[in-house]
Design a protein around this ligand. Structure first.
Ligand code: HEM
Length: 214
């Protein structure tokens, strides 16, 4: 106990805990106010399980599918880690939708929280893109054709559609270049954007507090 006390004191964890967890919350809030926190927990689980998956996943046209099979059948706890990654992603998306509905229904998007609502909308788009880019990675028939259809929608944008489609796919067809592009966005670019957006989200929640129920 002495060691733990010493460690917490030297790390200044006792005070920062207070900052994070001991906040005033308005009277009359319901369990629906928990869904932002549930979404964040699912995000952390997704992140950790994803980090383990990157150790074995190979983002190449020839190896991607086999590396998924290897994770599933040979790697210790590989099947479990994949399952946790998939289900935490589902929980993240569902709880984020419920959280947005709660914010909408309680009119918490009104000033002074309108900027946080906008940050939330951007977060929503980035999380959906995480789902879309991750879907291609197993590189099986379902993933391939879902991406063909999904990216075709981008191609139908007026005027710049073809240029954007080329940029998204890295060529005219969905192929190796698309896979590497999606992998890079899935594990680097989009999570980085999410870190920044969530930091801004939580910063504003900390400063403005949670809105009083109607
Ligand atoms: C990964 C996604 C998200 C996470 C982890 C997250 C997390 C949180 C948390 C923990 C809170 C504190 C209150 C609560 O839990 O209800 C909150 C509040 C808020 N969120 Fe989110 N959020 C996310 C997405 C969104 C989205 C998509 C929107 C809107 C489109 C949004 C808009 C807001 C607003 C306006 C507040 C302030 C609400 C109030 O003060 O009552 N958030 N968020």
């Amino acid at each position: 106990m002495k060691f733990i006390d010493w460690f917490l004191d030297r790390f200044r964890l006792k005070t920062s805990h207070k900052n994070i967890f001991e906040r005033e919350i308005p009277e009359g809030i319901t369990y629906f106010y928990c869904f932002g926190g549930i979404a964040f927990t699912a995000f952390v689980v997704c992140l950790i399980s994803g980090l383990f998956l990157t150790v074995y996943y190979i983002p190449s046209e020839k190896e991607a599918y086999n590396s998924i099979l290897r994770i599933h059948e040979e790697v210790t706890f590989g099947k479990l880690t994949r399952g946790i990654h998939k289900w935490s992603a589902n929980v993240l998306i569902i709880s984020m939708i419920i959280h947005s509905l709660r914010v909408f229904i309680t009119k918490s998007y009104r000033p002074p929280r309108e900027l946080n609502w906008m940050v939330g909308v951007l977060t929503f788009v980035i999380v959906m893109l995480e789902g879309f880019t991750g879907y291609l990675l197993p590189w099986d028939q379902k993933a391939y054709w879902a991406t063909v259809v999904g990216t075709n929608i981008v191609g139908s944008i007026p005027i710049f559609g073809e240029e954007i489609l080329l940029m998204v796919r890295g060529g005219y067809d969905v192929g190796g270049a698309t896979l590497i592009r999606f992998y890079s966005f899935h594990v680097l670019w989009l999570p980085l954007m999410l870190f920044i957006l969530l930091w801004a989200h939580f910063h504003m929640i900390k400063k403005l507090g949670i809105s009083k129920p109607l």
